[in-house]
Design a protein around this ligand. Structure first.
Ligand code: HAM
Length: 409
């Protein structure tokens, strides 16, 4: 006898049963609608990349989480952990032909060998929106505004979430003013990004390993208490633009937002639920040097990645586990095999008229048909018995209101 195979998906990978697809579609529909409403064009690529493109600087967590392998021709291949390096590669490849600024969007399946915690899987879908080739803060305002719009389309408001914003450039300036030279900033950023995830004593040790003196470490922690962004022109501009566009209520300044990826150069942001129950809903920022680091022409860029996992958990908790279920179309059933053809004919006619029809595949008792229809996703139901077919009329039942209307067969 064959050995029994586990019915579970590999650890951290996800199956989408129909009820899960209902949630995924609700979330993806909001992503697509918000992207389209803000004028972003769709693009895509394969989930497989060359490892060299994705390999990271030491200290970046995502670098240790990359799934990679050698193919049969000994090519070093990896599954993408995020879309941004691929986007940079695609832009660099056509840099001479493309008309900048680009506003591009995609929903990318990404893989990270994560330690599994709430909100973190080894596979997730990530909505990306990026503007390439624009220095102005209006680009930041447009990507953050579009992400807030997606959350609103899903049924959440600014009381449910806040986008925490800061600027790495501003933080760098504060560090420099305290005498910590720019060459050490990248290390400081990576260490500070761990705040809240590990004790401050360990972060202090990381900072000392990065070459900071005890006085520098104390100065760095003091900077992390900064409550005002006065003197940071890009944040002043961003809050001004958000006010005009109508999403300033979704923003708050938070010097503690650093981001774990080293390519960010300016404004950085992360969105959290206001009750503080979940991991980051989305995150992004300005990354003006990424194209040059892969060999492209200098090009400014700003964008974000918005995963499906955390937001779905948040929506289930705020809107209820059934909130993604929507009823539409008609269930059609019949009592005896003699009514089968009439039922099929009715289904075909309704479908030609643009209706979605779920036709029962065998005869059944009315009680069974209606209980199945009630637990399914049709909005209405028609059941044909011998009398209905003889009279040439049937009753269409609204499954929510239980109201019946007569229809001609
Ligand atoms: P990230 O912060 O690494 O940024 O990921 C962005 C979002 O993807 C997170 O806020 C979260 O919603 C989701 N996410 C990441 N890892 C996981 C996981 N293991 N399980 C579930 N969800 C996850 C980036 O990836 C940047 N490339 C975003 C970006 C685009 N920056 C500029 N453009």
């Amino acid at each position: 006898m064959a050995e029994k195979i586990s019915f579970e998906a590999p650890r951290g990978m996800r199956d989408f049963y129909p009820e899960d697809m209902a949630w995924r579609n609700k979330v993806f529909d909001a992503f697509r609608a918000a992207g389209e409403a803000a004028g972003f064009e769709q693009y895509d690529s394969c989930v497989v990349e060359s490892y060299d493109l994705l390999a990271r600087k030491a200290g970046e967590e995502v670098g240790e989480q990359i799934y990679h392998f050698f193919d049969k021709s000994e090519r070093h291949i990896a599954l993408r952990a995020e879309m941004t390096p691929t986007l940079a590669r695609m832009v660099a490849q056509r840099q001479k032909e493309l008309q900048f600024p680009l506003k591009w969007t995609t929903i990318a399946q990404c893989f990270r060998y994560e330690r599994m915690t709430k909100g973190r899987k080894r596979e997730h879908y990530q909505w990306n929106i990026d503007i390439i080739g624009e220095d102005s803060v209006l680009a930041e305002a447009e990507v953050i505004g579009a992400a807030c719009d997606a959350l609103r389309r899903m049924g959440l408001s600014s009381t449910d979430f806040k986008v925490h914003v800061s600027s790495r450039r501003f933080l760098g300036e504060l560090l420099s003013k305290s005498g910590i030279d720019a060459g050490k900033h990248a290390q400081v950023f990576l260490a500070l990004d761990k705040r809240g995830k590990m004790p401050d004593a360990e972060i202090a040790a990381m900072l000392r390993d990065g070459g900071l003196s005890d006085a520098d470490v104390a100065a760095t922690f003091a900077i992390m208490d900064t409550k005002s962004f006065a003197g940071c022109p890009e944040l002043e501009e961003l809050f001004h633009l958000a006010e005009i566009a109508g999403f300033a209520d979704c923003l708050q300044f938070d010097i503690g937002v650093i981001r774990g990826l080293s390519y960010y150069t300016g404004v950085v942001f992360e969105c959290f639920d206001t009750k503080g129950e979940f991991r980051a809903i989305f995150g992004g920022g300005r990354y003006d040097n990424l194209l040059t680091t892969i060999g492209g022409e200098p090009t400014s860029a700003v964008g974000l990645g918005f995963g499906d996992v955390v937001v779905t958990e948040l929506l289930k908790s705020r809107l209820g586990a059934d909130a993604a279920k929507s009823r539409k179309g008609v269930a059609v059933g019949f009592m005896f095999p003699e009514q089968r053809d009439a039922a099929l004919k009715l289904a075909a006619r309704l479908r030609r008229g643009g209706e979605c029809v779920n036709l029962a595949l065998r005869s059944q008792k009315p009680k069974k048909f209606f209980s199945h229809a009630d637990s399914g996703c049709a909005a209405k139901a028609v059941f044909l018995g011998p009398d209905d077919v003889e009279r040439g009329v049937a009753r269409m039942k609204d499954l929510a209101t239980r109201e019946e209307t007569e229809i001609c067969l």
